[in-house]
Design a protein around this ligand. Structure first.
Ligand code: MCN
Length: 781
C-alpha cells in the first residue's frame, strides 16, 4: 500500500528526513543576505572581575573592521534580558542580566564587547586584538560554597547569593514519626553542557523603509523570541519578524532568548546592513546555557514491610551568574512536584534554594527538572530495598499507585491523568526474564563476577500547559497550543502550527493527525512552522508539549474543518447534516451510499462558494487555540543489565530494555527514535558527561576532548516496547515521549552499577560513573 494513505498509528518514514539526511536543510549559518557583515563577541576569560578598560585601537586599525562596540554604545537601546519564569512564592531576586557586561563580569564567557567586520575571518582574528583590562575578584563556582558566610558576592540585589527559596508540601514530620526506617542520601546531579549538533546563530536585517526588523535565529520558540526581543529592544512585536528555519537540535538550550541575539539586532539597525553571528563550538560551551547542577539531600521514610510513607528533599540548585529565560521554573516547578514518582506516597516536602555562582547560566536541558527528581526517588527506592533486604521489584510493586485509582491526586497536589505502572514493569521484566537474571547474578557473585540489574520505574509531567496552572507558578505566558488547518481548492492541506519541531518529526506526525481526521493522504499535507509571520502566535517546542498540546490543537482544527465540510456536503447532497456520514475522506448520506462527496469535492465547492449553505463562509479553513485541562503523565519501566570489570572499573551494558507508555502513539517508529535518543542522553549523564570548573571559574570541559558525550561505541543496543494507556483528557489520547528516555535512563544505569557493587557494600556513587570512580568504589578508595 502506498505510504501516502497511512494515518495515525503507522510507522511511516519521516517527511523531513529527505532534507535532513540529504544535506538539503536550511540553517541560519547557511544564509548570507547581500551586504552581510559579521559579529564576534569578545568574552571574558575571568569568572569574576571588574571591567577596568576596553581598548579597541589595535582592532580598529585592521582593514575590514567596521567597529567595536561595548555596553555604553547600546545604552538606552538594548535593555536587560528579562526572566520569563519569576517563580511565585519564592522571594525571587532578579538582578540585572545585561546584554554586554558593564562594570563587572560574573562568569568566564560573559561578553564584554562585540567586533563587527566585513568577513567572518577578520571578525574572528580581531576579537583577540581588543585589549580588555580586568581587575579580578574572588570567585565561587560551587553552590554549597556560595551560600556559606564570607563567600564572594555576585549581585548586590541577592544577598548571600540566594536567587530564590521555594518549597512545596506540608509538614511531613508527623508521617516521618510513624516510620520504622528512614534512608538518607546526598546526591550530586552534575552540571551538563547541552551539545546540539548546531550551535546557536542569528542574522538580523533591518528595513529602514518598513521599519521592520527581521531575525533568523536558532530557536525552539520563535514567537517567544519575538516577544523577548521586543521587550529587550523596545520595538513593537509586529515590527519584528522572527524566523527559526531548520534547527539542528536544541535539547532546551534554544528556548532562552540570549543577549547576543538582541545585540546583533541592534547592530543591524545601527549599521543598516545584515549582521550575522554564528557561535563556534568553544563559544557554545561557555555561552550556551548549561543544565542540571543540583546538590540534593533526601530522606525517605517507610514501614518495615516496605510501605513508603514520605519523602523530604532539600535541593541546592546552581543557577549560574544570571537567571536565564526559563531557568527558575526548572529546579522548582518541573522538579519539586515529581519527587514522589509513581508511588502512592502520603506526604512530601521539597525545599529548593536557587543560588548564583560565577558560572554559565543554567536553564532547561532535556528533561529539565524531571531527571533530577526521578533520579532521586528511583535511587532512594533502591536504597530502601537494600536496607529492608527486599527485592527492588517487590518494593516498587508494593508502592505503585494502582492502575484502577486514576485520575490520582498525588501528595504534592497534581492529578496524574492515567497510568498502569504495573503493566510497563511486568512487560519489561518479562522481556529481560528477571527471575533468570537474578539466578545468573547469584551464580556470578559466587564466581566473583560483578553483574548488576538496575530498574527505573518512572512517571513524568509534560504536555505543558494548562495555562492557568502554569501562569499561577509565575510563568509569563499561557501554554496553549495553536494551529490553522487550511485546505487549498484542490483539497491539499497546509497545517500552520505554533510549535517549532527541531528534529522531533512533527512535520510527519501532524500530517498523520490530519490524515486521520480528514482522510487525506499524508503526502498531501504540509506542516509549516517556525515563522512568526505565517504561523499563529504559538509557544514552541519543549517540555514534550508539542504532540499533546500543539497536536491536540491540530486535531481540533481538523475536526472543525470536517464539521464545516459536512455542512457543505449536506447542502450539496440535499440531506440533513445529521444524516451525512464521514469515512475515509468521503461524505455519504445514510441509507443512500451512492449520494456522496469527497472532502476534495467539498474543498473545491468551498472555493467556488457559489452553492454554500446559508451563513457558511467560503474556504475550508479553521484555527484553534487549545488550552488543555490538565498536564499529561507518561510513564514506563526501564531495565539495565551491566557487567562491571573489577580490575578496571569499566562498565559494560549487557541489555537495556525500555518499556514506555506515551498514550496513543501517532508514529511508533518516531516514538522509538525519541526513546533511543533520550536514553542515550540520560546514559551520557550517568556514564561520562560532566561540566567541570576549576577554582578560578574556568570551564575545564570547554571542548569535546574534555566534555565527553556518548558515541555509537558507548551507546548500548536499546530494546524498546510499549503499552498504551491513553490520556483521558487529550483530544487524541497522546502523551509526550521526547524526554522520557532521558528521565528514566540515568537511574536505571546507576542502580545497575550499584547493584553490581553490592558485595562491596557500595550504596551510592555520584554520576558520572567513570571507570575510575567505579574502581575506587570497588577498592574502597
Ligand atoms: N509522538 C508520537 N506519539 C506520541 C508522542 C509523540 O508519535 N504519543 C511523536 C511526536 O509527534 C513527535 C515526537 O514523537 O514527532 C516527539 O514528540 P513530543 O513527545 O511531543 O516532544 P516534542 O516534540 O515537544 O519535543 C520536545 C522534546 C524535548 S523537550 C527535547 S529536549 C528534545 C526532544 O524532544 N530535543 C530534541 N527530542 C529531540 N529530538 C531531536 N532530534 N532533537 C532535539 O533537540
Amino acid at each position: 500500500m502506498a505510504q501516502a494513505m497511512k494515518a495515525m498509528g503507522e510507522r511511516i518514514l519521516r517527511k523531513e528526513d529527505d532534507r535532513f539526511l540529504m544535506g538539503r536543510g536550511s540553517y541560519v549559518a547557511d544564509m548570507t543576505p547581500p551586504g552581510t557583515v559579521y559579529a564576534k563577541f569578545v568574552r571574558s576569560p575571568y569568572a569574576h572581575a571588574r571591567l577596568v578598560r576596553i581598548d579597541a585601537t589595535k582592532a580598529l586599525a585592521v582593514p575590514g573592521v567596521i567597529g567595536v562596540f561595548t555596553a555604553m554604545d547600546f545604552k538606552g537601546e538594548v535593555g536587560n534580558v528579562p526572566t520569563a519564569w519569576a517563580v511565585t512564592n519564592a522571594d525571587i531576586k532578579t538582578p540585572p542580566y545585561p546584554a554586554l557586561a558593564k562594570d563587572v563580569v560574573r562568569y568566564a564567557g560573559e561578553a564584554v564587547a562585540v567586533v563587527v567586520a566585513e568577513s567572518q575571518a577578520v571578525a574572528e582574528d580581531v576579537r583577540d586584538l581588543v585589549e580588555v583590562a580586568y581587575d579580578p575578584l574572588p570567585v565561587v563556582v560551587d553552590q554549597e560554597a556560595a551560600i556559606r558566610a564570607g563567600a564572594p558576592q555576585l549581585h548586590a540585589e541577592a544577598p548571600t547569593n540566594v536567587a530564590f527559596q521555594w518549597n512545596i508540601g506540608g509538614d511531613v514530620e508527623p508521617i516521618f514519626n510513624q516510620a520504622d526506617v528512614v534512608v538518607r542520601q546526598r546526591f550530586v546531579n552534575q552540571r551538563l553542557q547541552p551539545s546540539a549538533m548546531e550551535p546557536r546563530a542569528a542574522i538580523a536585517e533591518y528595513n529602514a523603509g518598513s521599519k521592520e526588523l527581521k531575525v533568523h535565529v536558532t530557536s525552539q520558540n520563535p514567537h517567544i523570541h519575538r516577544l523577548l526581543l521586543s521587550l529587550i529592544l523596545g520595538i513593537p512585536e509586529q515590527r519584528i519578524h522572527v524566523i527559526a528555519p531548520d534547527v539542528g537540535g536544541g535539547f532546551g538550550s534554544k528556548i532562552p532568548c540570549y543577549p547576543w541575539e538582541a545585540i546583533v539586532s541592534a547592530l543591524a539597525m545601527r549599521l543598516g546592513r545584515p549582521v550575522k553571528w554564528v557561535e563556534d563550538r568553544s563559544e557554545n560551551m561557555v555561552a550556551t546555557t548549561h543544565g542540571r547542577d543540583h546538590v540534593q539531600y533526601v530522606e525517605l521514610a517507610a514501614k518495615k514491610d516496605g510501605t513508603i510513607l514520605g519523602i523530604k528533599v532539600k535541593a541546592l540548585a546552581n543557577m549560574g551568574a544570571y537567571l536565564s529565560t526559563a531557568a527558575p521554573g526548572v529546579p522548582t516547578i518541573l522538579f519539586g512536584f515529581m519527587v514522589g514518582g509513581c508511588y502512592a506516597i502520603k506526604a512530601g516536602r521539597v525545599e529548593v534554594t536557587g543560588i548564583f555562582t560565577n558560572t554559565t547560566p543554567v536553564d532547561a536541558y532535556r528533561g529539565a527538572g524531571r531527571p533530577e527528581a526521578l533520579f532521586i526517588v528511583e535511587r532512594m527506592v533502591d536504597l530502601l530495598a537494600r536496607k529492608l533486604d527486599m527485592d527492588p521489584v517487590e518494593l516498587r510493586r508494593k508502592n505503585f499507585i494502582p492502575a484502577d485509582k486514576f485520575p490520582y491526586q498525588i501528595a504534592m497536589g497534581l492529578t496524574y491523568d492515567s497510568g498502569n505502572y504495573q503493566g510497563t514493569l511486568d512487560k519489561a521484566l518479562k522481556i529481560v526474564d528477571y527471575a533468570k537474571l537474578r539466578e545468573e547474578q547469584a551464580r556470578a557473585r559466587k564466581e566473583g563476577r560483578l553483574m548488576g540489574i538496575g530498574l527505573s520505574t518512572y512517571v513524568e509531567i509534560c504536555g505543558l500547559g494548562p495555562s492557568a496552572v502554569v501562569v499561577s507558578t509565575g510563568f509569563a505566558g499561557g501554554l496553549w497550543g495553536s494551529s490553522t488547518v487550511r485546505l487549498s481548492p484542490t483539497g491539499k492541506v497546509t497545517v500552520y502550527t505554533g510549535a517549532h519541531p527541531h528534529g522531533q518529526g512533527e512535520e510527519t506526525t501532524f500530517a498523520q493527525i490530519v490524515a486521520q481526521e480528514l482522510g487525506i493522504p499524508v503526502d498531501d499535507i504540509d506542516v509549516v512552522h517556525g515563522d512568526t509571520k505565517s504561523t499563529p502566535m504559538g509557544m514552541g517546542t519543549y517540555g514534550s508539549r508539542t504532540t499533546p498540546v500543539e497536536g491536540g490543537s491540530v486535531a481540533l482544527s481538523a475536526r472543525k474543518v470536517r464539521d464545516k465540510a459536512r455542512k457543505i456536503a449536506a447542502h450539496l447532497l440535499e440531506a440533513r447534516e445529521e444524516d451525512v456520514e464521514f469515512k475515509d475522506g468521503t461524505f455519504s448520506v445514510k441509507g443512500t451510499p451512492e449520494a456522496k462527496k469527497t472532502i476534495k469535492d467539498i474543498a473545491w465547492a468551498a472555493y467556488l462558494a457559489d452553492k454554500m449553505p446559508p451563513g457558511v463562509e467560503p474556504i475550508l479553513d479553521a484555527t484553534t487555540f487549545y488550552d488543555p485541562e490538565n498536564f499529561v503523565f507518561p510513564f514506563g519501566a526501564h531495565v539495565c543489565v551491566v557487567d562491571v570489570d573489577k580490575e578496571t572499573g569499566e562498565v559494560h551494558v549487557r541489555r537495556y530494555v525500555a518499556v514506555d507508555d506515551c498514550g496513543t502513539q501517532i508514529n511508533p517508529m518516531i516514538v522509538e527514535g525519541q526513546v533511543h535518543g533520550g536514553v542515550v542522553q540520560g546514559l551520557g549523564q550517568a556514564m561520562m558527561e560532566a561540566a567541570v570548573y576549576d577554582e578560578n571559574g574556568s570551564l575545564l570541559t570547554s571542548n569535546f576532548l574534555e566534555y565527553l558525550i556518548p558515541s555509537s561505541m558507548e551507546a548500548p543496543n536499546i530494546e524498546t516496547d510499549s503499552t498504551v494507556t491513553p490520556s483521558p483528557h487529550n483530544p487524541i489520547g497522546v502523551k509526550g515521549i521526547g524526554e522520557t528516555g532521558t528521565i528514566a535512563s540515568s537511574e536505571a544505569y546507576v542502580n545497575a552499577v550499584v547493584d553490581a557493587l553490592a558485595p562491596f557494600g557500595v550504596e551510592h556513587i555520584d554520576m558520572p560513573l567513570t571507570p575510575e570512580k567505579v574502581w575506587r568504589a570497588i577498592h574502597g578508595k
